[in-house]
Unconditional design. Structure first.
Length: 91
């Protein structure tokens, strides 16, 4: 995908047990992003998303809010190597 890139996000706060992964998947798919979302043992949620910089920025802004039951404390963002993925999945 020309002009596309990937970003890795680590979201902390009350983000597990609040449908964060499913909501992130819906949001990412609505932005035509590929990648994955998963819960981490430390209680955070990890996200890898690939697509256009504009769509990645939209996802990042959404991650700072999350679904209604979530309480996001911090979103750490890093550029990531391109991964050629077909969909956005929950891991």
């Amino acid at each position: 995908m020309s002009g596309a890139s990937c970003k890795h996000f680590k979201v902390t706060g009350h983000v597990q047990g609040v449908a964060f992964r499913a909501a992130t998947q819906r949001q990412a798919r609505s932005l035509n992003l590929t990648g994955w979302v998963k819960n981490c043992p430390d209680g955070s949620v990890e996200v890898l998303a690939c697509g256009t910089p504009y769509d990645l920025d939209d996802l990042e802004a959404w991650l700072h809010i999350g679904p209604s039951l979530a309480r996001v404390e911090e979103v750490i963002t890093e550029e990531s190597e391109w991964e050629d993925l077909d969909d956005f999945e929950i891991r």
